[in-house]
Design a protein around this ligand. Structure first.
Ligand code: AGP
Length: 594
């Protein structure tokens, strides 16, 4: 989704902006631009498409000496992905970049048009820069004009503004969209996430909602809540893999070791939570979006089966406006890879407002969601670059499973023997995520038979139902083929009407959970001539194709082994179709608008 970079200092500003924007590239965007104010001249360059286009456009431009600069990658919300709609947006003497959505922009636009302002773009953002210049006419200084402008905005925003009226400073405002200020000596950086700042700055300040003002070389020392910048520069190398997604699939067995480190002990489960964490908790609500929602759905089965605690799972965008009933004895869990998903963050804020005990399961330390939640557990998957989530999902499921056993243990709902059995299954599940290259080769060959047809159904039962949803989501995200996940038993209640030889059905058939039931459901589809691809450790005579996984002793091991298969199947189909696997069309890695 949209990304922001800002810089105050003496270095070559174009390079700083382009390097920063490259670090944000994996998040998804459709156009980009930069504005540099140096020697009282304002230069703006914008292009559609990839950053290489922007680099080419400004290749002959240099800016020596002190200056201020802002850059942006845009993921279109208001107005198509055109050069004119790309940020920065400029008025006569100022330029602005913005993440988020200004909800009352049409009202402001009408007012400004009546006062003679002309708009070039269809964006909500352009109103901010013209409103700022309009306000400059009636107030004594740029800061007051900026504050007056911000006061007028409804919606979510992270904003940077530069103006010839104050060429030594960057004005900023944050509400609902992340924005950070990084400091290195007397240089100041801004970014919409920490990734571009790692390695560049020594200290960072995570701005809070409602923060606004300006920063220049003199006042940044007065910033509050400055903390050391942690984190290592992420590897931008694919390490021989064709795509980051492929690398991340192969990494899973290694990162899961980090997920469980210090949490699975010889005599039970230990988590970084207070010992009375689960006291007075009698029910759980899990709230998330997309893949994280699927991880939450798997957790429902595990929590209810193992910890015997009632669990409700809801999509965050549905939760917010449904007047949800929140009970005092409820634990509210949000799950998010990025920690910045707007719908999930807002749901969490609502739960906090209602004084619920809130827990974030998240992959990004210091993200908005981690900072908002009362408690948090990190999944430790390392930065995920592929837009289609893989290792984030496996680490979420593993951590939620651990949490389920932790709850069972602390509520005395589980015997010592059962804890030991679960721990053994966890270790074995971790091993099950190591990619078997023979299975990968088989999927590579098989993928050519699944490039057409009128749709895919992934079916599974119990925890394999959320895995079916996740398999279908992976496939549609990167192959652009229509795919749905369904509970196996639900097909005959409607969807089976679609069955014919051009309907592909990927059936998840675990030996250790409801095998006969899902086999019957698969047979019902086979009888109606659907093309069946079974994933199982057992051979199957109802299948057109069988992807045999290794032999496992528990259903969760089968879950993780099948997860690898559905991820690779989607990857290989998308590669054969010639798609950009890491940056699929229309998608953003971190969805910071609702
Ligand atoms: C997964 O492949 C997706 N790209 C998407 O569904 C994602 O899981 C969702 O947007 C939630 O993101 P989060 O985990 O960062 O909150």
């Amino acid at each position: 989704m949209c990304g922001i970079i800002g810089y105050i200092g003496n270095r070559e500003k174009k390079e700083i902006l382009l390097d920063g924007l490259k670090e944000l590239e994996y998040r998804g965007y459709d156009s980009a631009g930069i504005s540099i104010l140096s020697n009282n001249e304002l230069f703006t360059f914008k292009t559609t498409g990839k950053l290489i286009n922007l680099e080419t456009k400004c290749k002959d431009f240099t800016s020596n000496g002190f200056g201020i600069a802002i850059g942006h990658t845009r993921w279109a919300t208001h107005g198509k992905a055109t050069e004119i709609n790309a940020h920065p947006h400029s008025s006569e003497e100022s330029s602005i970049v913005h993440n988020g959505i200004i909800e009352n922009y049409l009202e402001i636009k009408n007012e400004l048009e009546n006062k003679g302002w002309t708009f070039l773009s269809q964006t909500d953002t352009e109103v901010i820069v013209h409103l700022f210049e309009e306000n400059l006419k009636s107030v004594e200084n740029p800061l007051s004009a900026f504050k007056k402008t911000i006061d007028r905005l409804n919606g979510s925003y992270a904003i940077l503004l530069i103006t010839k009226k104050a060429p030594d400073r960057i004005f900023y405002a944050k509400n609902g969209s992340p924005l950070l200020i990084g400091i290195n000596g007397d240089e100041v950086f801004f970014a919409s996430s920490s990734t571009p700042l790692i390695g560049l700055v020594k200290e960072v300040c995570y701005l809070e909602d409602g923060d606004n003002g300006y920063i220049n070389k003199d006042n940044f020392k007065t910033l509050k809540n400055v903390q050391p910048m942690n984190g290592e520069k992420i590897s931008s190398q694919k390490d021989g893999y064709r795509y980051f997604m492929e690398k991340e699939i192969y990494e899973q067995h290694r990162i899961l070791q980090d997920t469980i480190r210090g949490r699975i002990l010889n005599d039970g489960i230990s988590l970084e939570l207070p010992s009375n964490f689960i006291d007075n908790i009698n029910r759980i609500t899990i709230c998330a979006c997309g893949t994280s929602y699927h991880a939450g759905l798997s957790a429902k089965y595990l929590f209810e089966r193992e910890a015997k605690i009632k669990t409700n799972v809801i999509i965050a965008s549905e939760f917010r406006y449904s007047n949800p009933i929140m009970e005092k004895d409820e634990l509210f869990i949000v799950i998010s890879q990025s920690g910045e998903t707007a719908d999930t963050l807002e749901a969490l804020k609502l739960a906090n407002k209602n004084n619920l005990k809130t827990l974030a399961i998240c992959n990004v330390e210091n993200s908005s969601i981690v900072r908002e939640a009362k408690y948090s557990l990190l999944t430790r998957a390392g930065i995920e670059k592929g837009v289609a989530s893989t290792k984030a999902f496996s680490s979420q499921v593993m951590l939620l499973w651990i949490l389920g056993i932790y709850i069972a243990q602390n509520k005395n709902n589980i015997s010592k023997d059962s804890i030991q059995k679960q721990i053994k299954n966890m270790y074995n599940s971790l091993k099950a995520t190591k990619v078997n290259t023979k299975i990968h080769d088989r999927l590579k060959k098989l993928s050519k038979r699944y490039l057409h047809g009128h749709g895919f159904f992934f079916i599974g039962r119990d925890v394999f139902y959320p895995l079916a949803l996740e398999g279908a989501l992976k496939l549609k995200e990167i192959s652009y083929l229509h795919a749905e996940g369904y509970p196996g038993g639900e097909m005959k209640h409607g969807p089976i009407a679609l069955a014919d030889s051009e309907l592909f059905c990927v059936s998840l058939m675990p030996k250790h959970l409801l095998y006969e039931k899902i086999k019957n459901n698969t047979e019902e589809l086979s009888t109606r001539d659907a093309t069946i691809c079974v994933i199982s450790q057992e051979c199957s005579d109802v299948a057109d194709d069988v992807v045999l996984i290794d032999k496992y002793e528990s259903y969760m091991e089968e879950f993780f082994a099948m997860m690898i298969v559905v991820q690779i199947l989607a990857l290989e189909i998308a590669i054969r179709l010639g798609n950009d696997v890491d940056m699929p069309r229309n998608l953003a890695k971190s969805v910071t608008v609702e």
